[in-house]
Write a protein that binds this ligand. Structure first.
Ligand code: ZN
Length: 118
């Protein structure tokens, strides 16, 4: 199964076989992991809280100036391109949304904001 990029609004998948596109795992070491999560700026659509990546969470190379770097002084130590400036959740499909009719209005707000921007 192909991996999706975790950036909201980025449709790159590793099955697209786009030329030169690479997928990078979210680092497990702090504080780098926190820097990446801040850059990803993603919310959980159900809780409205900061999203927690799975072990498979990956970011595609289109979010790096040149190429992901492990050097803390490099601009590519964290992803910087094509990111969301405000926290966003991936919009839920309508069917799923009606199943979640009891969730808070805050979650609804987050979801509709995500749709408006795509
Ligand atoms: Zn991406």
């Amino acid at each position: 199964m192909g991996k999706n990029c975790v950036i909201v609004g980025c449709r790159n998948k590793d099955t697209n076989k786009m030329e030169g596109l690479k997928f990078h795992r979210i680092p497990k070491d702090e504080p780098r992991r926190s820097l990446w999560l801040k850059a990803i700026n993603r919310l959980c659509p159900i809780t409205g809280k900061p999203w927690v990546p799975s072990d498979d969470g990956r970011i595609c190379s289109s979010h790096f100036v040149k190429e992901k770097s492990d050097n803390p002084s490099s601009v590519d130590y964290v992803p910087t391109l094509k990111l969301n400036s405000t926290p966003m959740a991936i919009p839920l499909p309508d069917r799923r949304k009606s199943q979640l009719a009891l969730v808070t209005s805050r979650v609804e707000q987050v979801t509709s904001e995500g749709q408006a921007s795509t």
